[in-house]
Design a protein around this ligand. Structure first.
Ligand SMILES: [Zn+2]
Length: 527
């Protein structure tokens, strides 16, 4: 079985994405996670470029990694200097990593126009820098920057640069599609051409500017590359790098190439989300393999087929990459979706009359602005409420909210005060409570809980985690329908409910009441 080595550059190329800034602590955590995932080489940064990367390498030496090897990144020596005196190369040696990845120019135009030196001097820079690092006992990977574009313009010179690195002792030559504009079949042809030129193994480093980085990487592997460079979730400057979260399952599951183990592959979704969390980025639902929607079905016909055969609308078994199948219920759903969803939520529901009634109810509610795709707790309540013997834990009788703006010079100016009065029925008792809050929703929430907590003391555990408001028809101005999504937590589990109305307070009230009712029905019993 063919083997490919995975090289991750999330911490260097990936960190160049707009808005990403990893602390040294984050970087160390990510290294540990990538090691668990089975990545062979982890590029930690550019030690010559900033103090943060220097600190990282100083601390990373002490990490106990199970198999991953740390790499430091830097460029060839400056023109007309001695390699041993070049500050960048010295910083690379000082980083004490077993591997150094050295970037050098492979394109004639980049040498003459950007580096502003001669073609001969560029070759000398490559030769001297590789030899210097080899003399210091390092494994040297040579990143041939702009190789593919260079090859298109002057193939002879591009090939000469990689031959020079190879002859100077590079342990692997990585062909880079630095501008990300090369087509996959051109990548394959040029990898084959490069393979005839050098003895050392080849790698691929592709950028995603033409949305082809994963495709180019796989074609390069097919053409003979044995090292694949990428980043978690495809982070990187401009349009990003090859997404290693897409590359790995393609290599393993579709190309039958050995890289990480089955157990490690099953962690892929978790690792993708973990790194997003540290990068302070939200997970992209539509991300292939690991996204929340990657195996989620919505169309009625698709869901119906999925209940009969789980491969009918999925290219792989989602569990192989640690993801799962799901169903979205919406007005586009059929009875099968409702039954499938109920089963997924652990509720018993037959395909007959009951499911049809729930579907009709969903269609009616969606026409009024509700949406159940993201509000699974409200979906559960629909199922409960469709049962003839259902008795809710409480009934809302009515509420009143007052909002006041007061001038209070003593408190430093003005303040907004809200007060809510709530009437709620539990069994045959009607409770009447009032509470103040920093806004109308807060006041309602507090008044409702105050009434219910006498009967259900455990409700004290539940708190509001997130509150989202969406205007559904902006052209209707202040009369527009408003949808409110409320996320609550009891410290262990989270759930989301929905409310909709032309009045934001009523929409919030409906979502709030659903949230507490859901917890009393399901969570409180089963946890
Ligand atoms: Zn790059």
């Amino acid at each position: 079985m063919k083997q490919v080595q995975l090289y991750d550059t999330t911490l260097r190329d990936g960190a160049q994405q707009e808005g990403i800034s990893f602390s040294v602590e984050d970087k160390l955590k990510i290294v540990r996670k990538l090691d668990e995932l089975g990545i062979n080489f982890i590029e930690g940064g550019w030690p010559g470029s900033n103090p943060k990367d220097e600190e990282f390498f100083a601390r990373a030496q002490h990490l106990q990694l199970s198999q991953a090897v740390l790499c430091a990144f830097g460029s060839t020596r400056r023109p007309h200097t001695a390699a041993g005196k070049d500050p960048n190369l010295r910083a690379l040696v000082k980083a004490k990593t077993p591997v150094v990845t050295l970037v050098g120019k492979s394109s004639e135009l980049q040498v003459t126009r950007v580096l502003e030196t001669t073609l001969e001097e560029n070759l000398a820079m490559i030769r001297d820098s590789v030899s210097f690092l080899k003399s210091k006992g390092r494994i040297v990977f040579f990143d041939a920057e702009h190789f593919f574009d260079g090859c298109k313009a002057n193939a002879e010179y591009a090939l000469l640069t990689i031959r020079t690195a190879d002859e100077a002792g590079a342990d692997c030559v990585i062909l880079c599609d630095t501008n990300g504009g090369t087509l996959p079949y051109d990548v394959a042809a040029m990898v084959e051409m490069a393979a005839k030129e050098v003895n050392s193994p080849l790698g691929i480093h592709a950028h995603n500017d033409a949305d082809l980085a994963v495709a180019c990487s796989l074609m390069a592997v097919r053409a003979g590359a044995v090292q694949l460079q990428g980043t978690i979730n495809g982070y990187g400057e401009r349009c990003g790098n090859a997404n290693i979260c897409s590359v790995i399952p393609a290599l393993k599951l579709k190309m039958n190439i050995a890289c990480i183990s089955d157990e490690q592959l099953a962690k892929l979704t978790e690792v993708s989300h973990y790194v997003n969390e540290l990068a302070n980025l939200s997970t992209v639902a539509r991300q292939p393999y690991v996204g929340g929607s990657a195996f989620t079905h919505k169309g009625g016909m698709h869901v119906s087929a999925m209940t009969k055969w789980d491969k009918s609308y999925q290219h792989i078994d989602p569990e192989l990459v640690g993801n799962r199948s799901g169903v979205l219920v919406s007005e586009l759903s059929g009875v099968s979706s409702i039954v499938y969803k109920a089963k997924e939520r652990g509720l018993v529901l037959s395909r007959g009359e009951e499911a049809r009634r729930i579907l009709e109810q969903i269609k009616l509610m969606e026409s009024r602005g509700f949406q159940y795709e993201d509000a699974e707790a409200s979906f559960d309540l629909l199922v409960y409420r469709a049962r003839s013997d259902y008795r809710p834990p409480f009934d809302l009788v009515d509420f009143m909210v007052m909002v006041e703006k007061r001038r209070r010079p003593s408190a430093g100016g003005e303040e907004i005060l809200a007060e809510a009065m709530v009437k709620v029925r539990v069994g045959d008792q009607v409770v009447h409570t009032a509470s103040e809050g920093n806004g109308p929703i807060d006041a309602l929430d507090k008044a409702l809980r105050k009434g219910l907590i006498e009967f259900y003391p455990d409700l004290a555990l539940v708190r509001l985690a997130d509150y989202k408001v969406r205007i559904l028809d902006e052209s209707a101005g202040t009369e527009a329908q408003v949808r409110v999504l409320i996320e609550c937590t009891d410290g262990t589990h989270g759930w989301t409910t929905v409310g909709s109305s032309t009045n934001i307070i009523e929409a919030s009230w409906l979502a709030l009441a659903d949230s507490l009712e859901y917890w009393l029905l399901r969570a409180a019993k089963s946890y």
